[in-house]
Design a protein around this ligand. Structure first.
Ligand code: NAD
Ligand SMILES: O=C(O)C(=O)C[C@@H](O)[C@H](O)[C@H](O)COP(=O)(O)O
Ligand code: ZN
Length: 357
């Protein structure tokens, strides 16, 4: 099975990408040492894939249980965290157990945070089933829950033991969710790989139709880029911050509008355009490059502007709490053309006002 390595010494793990792997995930058992396996999923994904996963893992003398949560971003809270903890304790889940996160980024981020904290850390495996989670959130070990005052504000860096990606699960994904994942895909081209950005343009029709070869190639390239970046900077002291392109504005939109009302990928798309515009205002990106970014985001039906009813002050209030703020100074990820980006800490109030008004 084709696999990409996240190479972090004793925290290293494989990302296996293979159509149909969910039906044939017996190899997963290699990554599970204890007897207890707890699958965490939600009420949309469970009817689609829980039985398949349980069947795959059956017959290996494991005690497999599951927890089914309510669907949606609104579930990524400390209240859900506590609810899962209570289940684990009631079921006498021990330290050598393994959690499997089966679902999108919400399930992955929340389950990963539970795994990081339960009895100070137990194993977990990511089985991402949305495009966004297959290309981004399942890899790299950022786990978290939201707070009403800020996105992903309570969390930990905690790496999974393995990531298993079955691209055929995307066949059941709503179109809008597929598009949301494309915002993170396009991000990799802008911050890191101009050749990939060009490839996306050339193959955009195949990607939109979810042609299997194009889809697998795209997912693998995104995972490889993310692994390359995380291998260099696991805890975001440097290059990893580039993965936050569009997120300073995007997280502000998500928090302001109420979690779930704007999909994460939609908010990132609008935020990416704002970051590119800011970069163009500062003469670091050409207008023609900004147009290329809007064209491809637009092709996938992603929003190119933030919510009409969100003021400059609304953005600024949220962005002042962004995790990239250091000693009170806001930092932004700004592209330098397509294929490269930098962290910038000298954006002025005047530039922000011009951009957001
Ligand atoms: N940890 C990270 O590095 C990282 C990176 C990017 C995003 N995130 C987080 O990920 C979350 C967004 O993830 P998401 O876009 O996957 O959202 P999500 O988890 O809410 O999934 C989107 C929707 O698709 C449904 N779904 C999942 N798989 C499906 C399938 N195969 N078929 C049909 N429906 C399916 C879900 O139930 C949900 O309704 C956000 O909370 C964001 O902050 C984290
Ligand atoms: O992995 C990373 O690093 C990222 O920034 C990936 C982002 O797509 C993701 O949304 C992440 O959760 C944002 O991180 P945060 O630290 O800004 O909460
Ligand atoms: Zn993101």
């Amino acid at each position: 099975m084709p696999s990409i390595l996240v190479d972090l010494g004793e925290r290293s793990y494989p990302i296996a990408i293979q159509a149909g792997s969910l039906q044939n995930a017996g190899f997963l058992l290699d990554a599970i040492s204890g007897k207890q396996v707890v699958i965490i999923t939600n009420d949309v994904v469970a009817p689609l894939y829980l039985k398949t996963l349980m069947n795959t893992l059956s017959g290996a003398n494991k005690n497999i249980t599951h927890i089914i949560l309510a669907d949606g971003e609104a579930t990524k809270t400390l209240a859900s965290f506590e609810l899962i903890m209570t289940h684990l304790l009631q079921d006498r889940i021990s330290r050598d157990a393994c959690i499997i996160a089966l679902g999108g980024g919400v399930i992955g981020d929340l389950s990963g945070f539970v795994a990081a904290c339960y009895q100070r850390g137990i194993d977990f495996i990511q089985i991402p089933t949305t495009l966004l989670s297959q290309v981004d959130s399942s890899v790299g070990g950022k786990t978290a829950v939201n707070h009403p005052l800020g996105k992903n504000m309570i969390g930990a860096f905690y790496q999974p033991k393995a990531v298993v990606i079955d691209p055929t699960t995307l066949q059941s994904l709503p179109q809008k969710e597929f598009a949301a994942g494309m915002a993170e895909v396009i991000k990799y081209g802008i911050i890191y790989d101009s050749t990939f950005f060009k490839w996306l343009n050339t193959h955009k029709a195949d990607i939109k139709q979810q042609e299997p070869k194009a889809l697998s190639t795209m997912i693998a390239r995104c995972c490889q880029i993310k692994a390359d970046i995380v291998n260099q900077d696991e805890k975001e002291h440097g290059i990893r911050a580039l993965l936050n392109l569009g997120h300073t504005f995007g997280h502000a939109i998500e928090a302001q509008m109420g979690y779930g009302n704007w999909l994460h990928g939609e908010a990132v798309a609008a935020g990416t355009i704002l970051a590119c515009k800011l970069s163009a205002m500062r003469n670091q990106m050409l207008r023609s490059e900004l147009r290329q970014v809007s064209n491809i985001l637009g092709y996938f039906d992603l929003p190119l502007t933030g919510p009409a009813n969100m003021s400059a002050q609304d953005y600024i209030t949220h962005m002042q709490r962004d995790k990239k703020v250091l000693s009170g100074t806001m930092r932004f990820i700004l592209p330098i053309g397509i294929g490269n980006a930098q962290v910038v800490s000298d954006v002025t109030q005047a530039q922000l006002s011009e951009l957001l008004n």
